[in-house]
Design a protein around this ligand. Structure first.
Ligand code: BJW
Length: 257
């Protein structure tokens, strides 16, 4: 198949026919997304040089329980600013293509490390959130979700007196057990595993494509850069997910027309 060209960038995206054929024949597909899929919506990633959040902010200060204990106001306000930014952006063609792919397969599990709800806003129905969701707030002591609270303090307080915090997973914290179990199950039973827009550096999410590999799945990576997964992946599509995924969908539609 001839290389595809994106009209805006003229960037050639080489999608091997073998990959399209495997996808067209698959019944069970699992997908892991990371910050890169939301980059084209205007949400910064974490580890990209210069533009990544961790290039400008210290993860130990802002994304650990210890950091929150040290300076709850700083952490609360950092998340409030990110929440406002996320509310202001829209899903991009990569999110939309994944929502369309969900409808094509007998089993399709979309696992995300993102906390931004952009998959749901693009129309994906079954989204497994490994690292929580920034729109939710929970009690830092009792861990229960709280939907209404007075905004007179920063951070606001739970009726029990403890500070409220975003319902996201910080370093050193356990992932939600049910979400992790669903993700592992999907990785171990899929025929195709797509790893999209993640640097594959954060565990246990980074283990999922390796589990899929061990179970015999075909692993496809979509990322403009090499990652620690690249050398293990059967196919590596080097490009922005907002360009690659819609073209992958077009090829798939053409293959089954
Ligand atoms: C594009 C693009 C475009 C750009 N299109 N792509 C085993 C070994 C070593 C350490 C550990 C281990 N097991 C556990 C750990 C500790 C730790 C960990 O993994 N540390 C590593 C950093 C070494 N893990 C944990 O603590 C986890 N908890 C846990 O394991 O509990 C049990 C336990 C506890 C204690 C000890 C041991 C076990 C919790 C991890 C929580 C991660 N939380 C964060 C913050 C969430 C809230 C928030 O948003 O603020 O989650 S950190 C941050 O990283 C965020 C992300 O979800 C996560 C992953 O990042 P992601 O998505 O991969 O983003 P980037 O920026 O890294 O990559 C973006 C990619 O996109 C790049 O590759 C670009 O090229 C690409 N890209 N534009 C497509 N247009």
């Amino acid at each position: 198949m001839s290389p595809l060209r994106h009209p805006k960038t003229d960037m050639a995206i080489d999608i091997p026919q073998e990959l399209i054929d495997k996808l067209a024949q698959a019944r069970r597909v699992a997908v892991l997304t990371g910050a890169g899929i939301s980059a084209e919506s205007g949400i910064p990633t974490f580890r990209d040089a210069l533009t990544g959040l961790w290039a400008n902010y210290d993860p130990q200060t802002l994304a650990t329980p210890e950091g929150f204990a040290r300076d709850p106001r700083l952490v609360w306000e950092w998340y409030a600013a990110r929440r406002a930014r996320i509310a202001d952006v829209r899903p991009n063609p990569g999110h939309a293509a994944l929502a369309a792919l969900e409808r094509r397969f007998e089993q399709f599990t979309l696992v995300t490390q993102n906390i931004d709800s952009l998959h749901q806003r693009a129309g994906s129905h079954e989204v497994v959130e490994l690292h929580g969701n920034i729109t939710r707030v929970k009690c830092s002591r009792e861990e229960i979700l709280v939907s209404q609270f007075a905004q007179d303090e920063s951070p606001p307080r739970c009726p029990c007196g403890a500070y409220l915090r975003p319902d996201v997973v910080w370093f050193g914290e356990m992932l939600p057990a049910d979400a992790l179990a669903r993700a592992e199950e999907a990785a171990e039973h899929c025929e195709i595993f797509l790893s999209i827009g993640t640097s594959a550096q954060v565990y246990p999410a980074a283990e999922l494509p390796l589990r899929a590999l061990s179970a015999g799945a075909t692993v496809i990576e979509i990322n403009p850069e090499r990652t620690s997964l690249t050398r293990h992946a059967h196919f590596s599509l080097r490009g922005a997910s907002g360009l690659v995924l819609p073209q992958l969908l077009d090829h798939l539609n053409a293959a089954s027309a």
